[in-house]
Write a protein that binds this ligand. Structure first.
Ligand code: KG4
Ligand code: ZN
Length: 346
């Protein structure tokens, strides 16, 4: 039985998780900074770094006590070392080095994007190991900074087959919510606003034929124009035509979800994969979860919403598999703010 501590500080959640044997979540503590960044309409990097410094030790202690463990029960320390905000990553990586050095245990750097995908291997994603569809899998990773389709040919092996050419899906939700005056973070705000809204608006889709790439800047511009026309943007005080905010949120979410689902299913069919794995913050979206399951011919693995957004358990899960592959890191472990899913640096 191996017990791995996972540390995540790449953006605006200070998080730590304890994972046993790569599958069982012993403790998972997430201290979100979202209320602070919401005041500015988005993440302010220096504020994020300072809040990580303040919160990281209490978050770690709480994760250990949730797991009913002491520091000496930890077999290795996994930490996100990219991609993300440089100052924020440094806090997590240096904390992880301090813990690993003082315990005399291995350190493993984890690619945050791979971490999102490994949330699917936790018992909450694949409850019964016998149901693990095996490889190859297609991963649809949808987060605030990334929208990637990756062919996963084995543990820790990713081949990028599609990516966004402009905005990420989460970024599109965040920008759309800002246009509609719905606040930050945008994904949950748009999801709430569209629930029960009338189907009276339409938004365009960028299909980009003959490629598995995505583009979300066109739908964002269409939303902006329509919001200006309806008097929602830039001053929501002067709304005309009744109140189309809910209907616009619904049409916008429909457009983003339909493109993600149809393009993922097309790629899954083309590569003949045995399953689709959905991960990243946008995977918390209920409509996306339901439509992907409905449209796919192969099993779809989706972690519960709390493991889709940033957390330490997914980093610990990925770290467990990397350690098994012999991929622990040295003390010189650096941060890589622009790390891609298919770059195996750790
Ligand atoms: O993976 P994540 O927590 O952080 C990054 O690695 O970026 O993803 C955050 C993104 C934000 O853009 C947020 O608006 C989006 O995930 N998100 C959602 C939902 N919950 C979070 N998007 C759509 N629907 C949601 N329910
Ligand atoms: Zn993330």
């Amino acid at each position: 039985m191996k017990t791995i501590l996972g540390i995540e500080t790449s953006c605006d959640e200070t998080a730590a998780g304890v994972v046993i044997d790569g599958r069982l979540v012993g403790g998972n503590v997430i201290s979100s900074q979202v209320d602070v960044h919401a005041l500015y309409g988005g993440v302010v990097p220096e504020v994020a770094s300072r809040l990580h410094i303040e919160r990281i030790v209490p978050v770690l202690e709480l994760a250990l006590s949730q797991a009913g463990m002491r520091w000496s029960d930890i077999d290795a320390v996994a930490v996100t070392n990219g991609p993300g905000l440089a100052g924020a990553l440094i806090v997590g990586v240096n904390t992880a080095k301090g813990i690993a050095a003082s315990l005399g245990k291995p350190l493993v750097g984890v690619n945050h994007l791979a971490g999102h995908i490994y949330a699917g291997w936790l018992a909450e994603g694949i409850p019964d190991p016998a149901e693990d569809p095996g490889f190859p899998l297609l991963a649809l990773l949808v987060s605030g900074g990334h929208t990637d389709l990756a062919l996963m040919e084995g543990h820790g092996r990713f081949r990028l087959v599609g990516r966004t050419r402009d905005d990420a899906a989460g970024e599109a939700f965040d920008k759309g919510a800002r246009i509609l005056g719905l606040g930050y973070p945008g994904g949950p705000a748009i999801e709430r606003a569209s629930a029960g809204a009338p189907h009276t608006e339409a938004m365009p889709r960028a299909w980009l034929p003959n490629t598995h790439d995505f583009s979300f800047s066109g739908v964002k511009t269409a939303l902006l124009r329509r919001a200006q026309e309806a008097g929602i943007y830039p001053t929501p005080g002067r709304i005309r035509d009744g109140n189309p905010v809910g209907a616009l949120a619904r049409a916008y979410q429909d457009a983003i979800v339909e493109v993600l689902v149809k393009k993922a299913v097309a790629a899954a069919n083309e590569y003949g994969v045995r399953g689709i794995l959905l991960g990243g913050g946008v995977a918390a979206n209920r409509q996306l979860r339901e439509e992907l399951v409905q449209a796919s011919d192969v099993p779809v693995i989706i972690p519960p919403p709390v493991l889709c957004t940033d957390n330490g358990a997914m980093i610990a899960a990925c770290g467990s598999y990397l350690l098994e592959l012999g991929r622990s890191s040295g003390w010189e472990l650096d941060i890589y703010p622009n790390l891609r899913l298919d770059y195996a640096i750790g």
